[in-house]
Design a protein around this ligand. Sequence first.
Ligand code: NAP
Length: 252
Amino acid sequence: MKIALLGANGQLGHDLEPALQAHEIIPLTRRDMDVTDFDRTRRVLMDLSPHVILNTTAYHRVDDCENQPELAFQVNALAVLNLVRIANDSDAVLLHISTDYVFDGNTREPYTESSQPLPLSVYATSKLSGEFLVRAAAQKYFLIRTCGLYGVAGSHGKGGNFVETMIAKAKRLEPIRVVDDQVVTPTYTVDLAHQIALILSTTHYGLYHYKTPAIRPRYSVLENARLKQLGLNEMRHWREALAAYLEEKSLG
Ligand SMILES: NC(=O)c1ccc[n+]([C@@H]2O[C@H](COP(=O)([O-])OP(=O)(O)OC[C@H]3O[C@@H](n4cnc5c(N)ncnc54)[C@H](OP(=O)(O)O)[C@@H]3O)[C@@H](O)[C@H]2O)c1
């Protein structure tokens, strides 16, 4: 399959390339096109004519989104609608990444794909809008909600990841002050990338959670019920994945 990978130099994009090496990957970054330039994005993608448009781009500086709702909606919703239309017009599959932030976190039960979203922030609302546009208009799509990503490339949009921030503080012998009222399932981007590769080999289109919170949801555990139901669940326990990440960092 020919796969156009948008956000190829991002944290998740970095680990998707090797995970999808069995395919023809076209890595695309902001240098190739800004996804908010709808005409250029259409031209580039229509010329490439990929079987899959894999969108990892996002404007996800959560606090900045509160002051820049226009940009948040441009990147996280309207650009996504543009991708939906391009995918439909070229008979391509759209794989789009969303977030646990679509939930309010006021529960103690893991969220499944059938749980009711209730976004609390501009970021979350823009991402949920992107989801709705995919679900309402895309002909063939995979929509993946994930949570607390960490990978060796570090999140470009957020400037690193939680694990790296903690390691850096520990190395500087700084006291660590973090919120202790949020429950999340951290997700190693290598594991997510391999799970995405597996899902892409199927035609089980639709919405998926990955186990693995402006106002942040306090309880944000995603239950990957649909993957389990389909026998496609390959995600490791988060402790095992974190150990693998630290091992990869020490070797790198
Ligand atoms: N990080 C998390 O904890 C987390 C949690 C839940 C869900 N997610 C979702 O997972 C996905 C991937 O996250 P990530 O951690 O890999 O993010 P990331 O490292 O910030 O990567 C995002 C990529 O998108 C690109 N991008 C942003 N705006 C763009 C634009 N207007 N045009 C073209 N490219 C643009 C960025 O390019 P530049 O480097 O040039 O800015 C970057 O390469 C996103 O959809 C995010 O909402 C992330």
